[in-house]
Design a protein around this ligand. Structure first.
Ligand code: AMP
Ligand code: MG
Length: 326
């Protein structure tokens, strides 16, 4: 079965073609165009959606061309229906509905966070992991129990990706800033004390962000101290969730999983907890159509496509409300 997956929840517009054969999946193409806000600014939803609309037909055509397929070869279409920025979400929704109704191809709305998790599982081979999803839109620990991804810790305010991006932007960097902060952090070992806030098994980053901005006259020390503090908080919550769920695998997914220092900290925790460590390949860690296509294929094994009037986009759509029946 072949699926065209469309992603446009935030900064990325992406189309991908994935083929499923029994339990294995193969990415035939994955084309992306990323909206870059002006330096020092965050994503403007309307500008990002304009970017997605302008690039949508080129990305779709290139994705089919790279896979060497015609639209008539596609068996199902899936699109990221949420969570995300309203104006951005509507772009994938409208394109998926249009192609589906014109070519009579079954359509599947997919939860973006579950897309991150399922593609991570496919590409790493993790079977039943505790998942740490760390991205621009999410910071949560989730594990599959009784047909739902249950949450074992999450951020109470800003996400880990937003913490890094907002701090970077305050220094005048262009968003996304995680990579640049990681590079600067490597040039310091001088830890400046910052607020460390873990409540129960949830984390809170807003006080950390304000305090980090106050010590930003030395950029390298500030980046190093910010990373060490935020990643130690995530590490504490992850270790407690591993111990509580007794999962024997940890999988990190989402754009921030590209960070090597975060992996280093989590790897040590996994050694202590005698659990296997998996990290999403860097190319597929951030938002992409393959996540949506693969999850659409999994959904298609369990249910029929949605009727067009049942399709939707939802800015707030928690993954723990979705019943997993595949
Ligand atoms: P996503 O929302 O999954 O596309 O992830 C985007 C987020 O990943 C942004 O907040 C980026 O700053 C962050 N990110 C990307 N690369 C890195 C990195 N090397 N270290 C930390 N964060 C990163
Ligand atoms: Mg994402």
């Amino acid at each position: 079965m072949i699926c065209l997956g469309i992603e446009s929840t935030a900064h990325t517009f992406s189309c991908a073609i994935v083929q499923k054969n029994k339990k294995s999946g193969k990415i035939l193409s994955d084309v992306r165009k990323i909206y870059r806000p002006p330096e020092g600014q965050g994503i403007h939803p309307r500008e990002a959606s304009r970017h997605h609309i302008e690039n949508s037909s080129d990305v779709l055509l290139e994705c089919l061309k790279k896979a060497n397929l015609k639209i008539s070869d596609v068996d199902i279409i899936s699109y990221a229906a949420g969570p995300g920025l309203g104006p951005c979400l509507r772009v994938a929704g409208v394109i998926a509905r249009t192609v589906s109704s014109y070519y009579k191809i079954p359509i599947y709305p997919v939860n973006h966070a579950i897309g991150h998790i399922e593609l991570g599982k496919l590409l790493t081979g993790a079977k039943d992991p505790l998942v740490l999803l760390v991205s621009g839109g999410h910071t949560m620990l989730a594990a599959l129990k009784q047909k739902k991804w249950r949450i074992f810790g999450e951020t109470l305010d800003t996400t880990l990706g937003q913490l890094l991006d907002q701090f970077g932007r305050s220094l005048g960097f262009a968003s996304p800033c995680g990579k640049k902060i990681e590079e600067l952090a490597l040039e310091s070992e001088n830890y400046v004390s910052l607020p460390y806030v873990v409540k129960g098994n949830d984390v809170s980053f807003s006080g950390l962000l304000s305090a980090a901005k106050k010590i930003s006259s030395n950029q390298k020390d500030a980046c190093y101290s910010l990373q060490e503090t935020a990643f130690a908080m995530i590490g504490e919550a992850t270790e407690r969730a591993l111990s509580f769920t007794e999962k024997k695998e940890l999988l990190i997914v989402g754009g921030v999983s590209a960070n090597k220092r975060l992996s280093e900290i989590l790897k040590k925790i996994c050694q202590r907890q005698k659990c296997k460590f998996f990290v999403s390949p860097i190319e597929y860690a951030g938002d992409c159509g393959s996540q949506i296509a693969w999850t659409g294929l999994l959904e298609a094994t369990a249910k029929k496509g949605a009727k067009l009037d049942e399709t939707f986009v939802r800015q707030s759509w928690r993954l723990d409300t979705v019943e997993i029946d595949y």
